[in-house]
Design a protein around this ligand. Structure first.
Ligand code: ZN
Length: 241
């Protein structure tokens, strides 16, 4: 028989006794010397163990709660994971390839909502026809001001390129740029943008139409959209990062 001696990691004392269990079922101990309670052998958390799979399953339409059920982790932990992940993502512009003078940009906005359908959140995106990368995006209402925010986010080299959009009134202010054209869907000039919209609706559960999945908090909406677009750009990057 082997006697195992436990020592406190705070003070090194071996005067440690069992002191109930944590809500996760781990043995909790109490150190008589320093008075601290501790878990001597914490289990490896599923968040750390399945880090890659969690991010990957999110990109394949699994909802936040779905991820919690599959990997047996709390909603809070998933959010923390994504938050930490997105904090470490480099600047959005770094996910973009360099623009060429003959590049063409397509612009559009699609509808989504947060909490309930009264709180509409429009996601405006600009896509590069050659690379299929999302050049810039914003989330907001459907006004000119939000479009202006989008334009401010588009890198200058892309802003100089020719662009297409539908007839939504906000886009009219782009006409002064000279190389912007308002077109109907039937022309095919915004086909890549329509394809991207379909990708977004298919791949992120909170953008699926008539779905029960939706963002309850705006910060989740921003966070998951950002993470998805970042990876989407990397998948379509010609240069490797
Ligand atoms: Zn101690």
């Amino acid at each position: 028989m082997v006697t195992k001696i436990y020592t406190c990691r705070h003070c090194g004392s071996d005067d440690v006794v069992k002191n109930g269990k944590t809500r996760h079922g781990n043995q909790r101990c109490l150190c008589h010397t320093c008075g601290k309670t501790l878990v001597l052998h914490p289990k490896e958390s599923n968040v750390a163990r399945y880090k890659e799979q969690i991010i990957r399953s999110f990109r394949e339409r699994l909802s936040l709660r779905g991820i919690c059920r599959v990997f047996k982790i709390s909603e809070c932990s998933v959010f923390e994971k994504f938050n930490e992940h997105s904090r470490h993502l480099p600047n959005f512009k770094q996910s973009l390839d360099a623009a060429r003078p003959d590049d063409v940009i397509e612009l559009d906005e699609i509808w989504s909502f947060c909490t309930d359908k009264e709180h509409k959140q429009w996601i405006w995106t600009a896509i590069c026809r050659r690379t299929r990368q999302i050049v810039a995006y914003v989330i907001g209402d459907r006004s000119k001001e939000t479009l202006q925010r989008l334009l401010r986010k588009i890198p200058d080299e892309y802003l100089r390129c020719a662009s297409f959009s539908d007839y939504w009134s906000a886009y009219e202010m782009l006409l002064c740029k000279g190389n912007h054209e308002l077109v109907g869907k039937e022309t095919g000039e915004t086909a890549h943008m329509e394809r991207w919209n379909a990708t977004l609706r298919c791949r992120i559960s909170r953008f699926v139409r008539k779905s029960l999945s939706f963002s309850r908090k705006l910060k989740y909406h921003h966070l998951f959209t950002k993470t998805f677009i970042w990876f989407y750009n990397l998948d379509h990057a010609i240069n490797t990062f």
